[in-house]
Design a protein around this ligand. Structure first.
Ligand code: URA
Length: 256
């Protein structure tokens, strides 16, 4: 049976569907030695040989879901050309997995690793509005007015971002911890929101992602999800699918 090339590679556990499209665009994917001319090309897994950077790709039937409490100073990638430790280096998995979305090098907290490209795609696609809860330590004290401003939403250069909730957890007079709940995974999203408000982020923890938490896992530790948790994740993304998509607004003059 024929299958779309990006679906085939995502099903192999190499990367999420979106990442696979990037690899195809970069000309790193070959079918029977030839670079495909379009990302949607169909292949027959029983006949065609698919390679990425000369590595042969085959369908991985067993799905693995690993919940990692990401420590700071680790990079969300399977390889780093600067030789920094990656999140994949931290786990001892019997099959190849990749990170679902990203946390910055200095950020910590909930990170899912899997070889389930379809689920990863749904969890990271803005259409599904998957909830991410961040605890953010900033320099200084944040006023209720600035919190209101954040709640109303900010125009970043790649779109409007409106947190679903914002609250101050604690303030020492020197630093503050703020909880921000977001439903999209834009690059450096939290840092850019606080940069816009004029605050420096000194610590960033993701405490929840799609309902997953790492309270039972030490920093740098991990565990596999139970079958029940995996079923819950699927049910979660399916329930999100029927809800409204991301809030769209026309760009105003403030672009940060
Ligand atoms: N926002 C950021 O700025 N960094 C992260 O790692 C996650 C969200």
């Amino acid at each position: 049976m024929k299958i779309r090339i990006n679906k085939f590679i995502a099903g192999s556990g190499f990367a999420s569907r979106r990442k696979v499209d990037e690899l195809i665009e970069q000309g790193r994917v070959r079918i029977n030695g030839k670079v495909p001319l379009e990302p949607g090309v169909m292949i027959d897994p029983d006949v065609d040989i698919v390679t990425i950077d000369d590595e042969v790709i085959s369908l991985e039937k067993e799905k693995v879901y690993i919940l990692l409490n990401k420590p700071p100073k680790t990079i969300c990638s399977s390889y780093d050309d600067k030789g920094r430790k990656t999140v994949i280096d931290l786990v001892n998995s019997r099959v190849r997995v990749f990170n679902v979305g990203r946390l910055d090098y200095d950020a910590e907290g909930v990170l899912l690793l899997t070889n389930d490209g379809e689920l990863a795609n749904m969890l990271t696609h803005p259409r599904y509005q998957v909830e991410r809860v961040y605890h953010v330590k900033i320099k200084g004290v944040i006023s209720p007015l600035r919190i209101q401003e954040l709640k109303k939403g900010v125009f970043l250069r790649d779109g409007f971002v409106k947190p679903s909730s914002v609250r101050v957890i604690k303030s020492t007079g020197i630093n503050s911890w703020v909880e921000v709940v977001l439903r999209e995974g834009k690059h450096h999203e939290v840092k850019r929101l606080f940069d816009y408000l004029g605050y420096e982020v000194i610590r960033l923890k993701r405490v929840e992602f799609a309902g997953l938490r790492v309270d039972d896992i030490p920093v740098g530790g991990y565990r596999e999800l139970t079958p029940k948790e995996v079923r819950r994740l699927y049910a979660y993304v399916k329930s999100r699918m029927t809800k409204a998509g991301p809030e769209r607004k026309k760009e105003r003059d403030i672009i940060y």
